[in-house]
Design a protein around this ligand. Structure first.
Ligand SMILES: Cc1ncc(C[n+]2csc(CCOP(=O)(O)OP(=O)(O)O)c2C)c(N)n1
Ligand SMILES: [Mg+2]
Length: 330
């Protein structure tokens, strides 16, 4: 991928996706506070640009492994918002018929192979998928997303080493929101430059401003190009900021006010809007249309989820274990 600005439909899709992530996240957090969601909610505010960038950089054939903080990642795989939200409510209309919940959001047809609530657990899965892609001699690449804190988990280091040794087509996308629950990055990592630390494994490692969708697109694009060319894995540290509490319900008064205010000044979706308009990429009327359409999509998604039935008792034991005939589904 070259460092050019993508075409207008791609730019419009990126802005729309960033808005959907922001608006649906804020609405879901309110629902979580009312106790209406089935499982915990881990907001994605601050990661909008990273998700939009992955959505344009990746192909339909590529695969992704994500974590509990996955609404934007799921949108990047073009999973309809209504099925993401229905899963959060634990309803039949969800990606896993309400049985996975927010922490286990999966849509294999769209390449979201797994999400996990275990910090760092996605990386070994991605290494396995990368090995499969290599053995298949396919052109597919695997992207795995995880937080800054996950880079201090043992399985991360095993994964970096094996992926680098075997030159697997894996892109490690670190969504560095500067916090691991209540602990700031500098409170748990002696070297907080995560890209620099990971380069020691013998793979390409780049840091990028994760609030900037263009820079992030180009950096992830380069990493995917390397993966497809047989040049092995890359680590992309997307430097972002967590604009909310750790989970949908949690207090974040411990976050330094000046730091949060400075991050909010650069809130990714409104900042991208200004950039698109000022550089003549998308006119103001079109931007307004995108905003109205996003509002309607969010309203429709929440209405769909709330009207969708809970899984019946009969349904609960289906899709749980594989059988010799395959996974039983209806
Ligand atoms: C192995 C493991 N240890 C601890 C937890 C509890 N936990 C859930 S999220 C989280 C913070 C992880 O921080 P980071 O990797 O930066 O991701 P973020 O939540 O900031 O996106 C922790 C410690 C867990 N889920 N799994
Ligand atoms: Mg974090």
């Amino acid at each position: 991928m070259t460092n050019t600005v993508p075409d207008r439909p791609a730019l419009e899709w990126m802005y729309s996706t960033m808005l959907l992530a922001k608006m649906a996240d804020e609405r879901a957090a309110l629902e979580a506070r009312k106790g209406l969601l089935q499982a915990a909610l881990y907001p994605v505010r601050g990661l909008e640009a990273v998700c939009a960038a992955m959505g344009v950089a990746m192909t339909d054939q590529d695969q992704m492994v994500s974590s509990y903080r996955n609404l934007g990642d799921a949108l990047s795989r073009r999973i309809p918002l209504r099925t993401i939200i229905a899963e959060a409510y634990g309803r039949m209309g969800g990606t896993s018929k309400g049985k996975g919940g927010t922490m286990h959001l999966t849509d294999t047809e769209r390449g979201l192979v797994a999400t996990t609530g275990i910090v760092g657990a996605g990386m070994p899965i991605a290494v396995g998928l990368g090995l499969a892609a290599q053995l298949d001699k396919s052109n597919r690449a695997v992207v795995v997303t995880f937080g800054d804190g996950a880079t201090s988990i043992g399985s991360a280091h095993e994964s970096f080493n094996l992926a680098a040794l075997w030159k697997l087509p894996v892109v490690f996308v670190c969504q560095n929101n500067q916090w691991g629950e209540h602990t700031p990055l500098a409170g748990y990592a002696a070297n907080p430059n995560l890209a620099e630390r990971t380069a020691a494994y013998g793979m390409a490692a780049e840091a990028v401003d994760g609030f900037d969708p263009m820079a992030t697109l180009h950096t992830i694009g380069r990493a995917l190009d390397r993966a497809r060319a047989g040049d092995g894995p890359s680590f992309v540290e997307c430097r972002s900021y967590r604009l909310t509490g750790h989970s949908g319900l949690s207090d974040y008064s411990y976050v330094p006010k000046e730091e949060l205010a400075a991050a909010l000044e650069r809130d990714p979706a409104p900042t991208f809007r200004t950039w698109l308009e000022q550089n003549g990429h998308v006119d103001s009327a079109t931007l307004q249309n995108i905003e109205h359409a996003a509002e309607a999509t969010v309203d429709e998604a929440f209405a769909f989820a709330q009207e969708s039935p809970h899984p019946s008792q009969d349904e609960l034991l289906l899709d749980v274990y594989a059988s010799p005939e395959g996974v039983p589904t209806r």
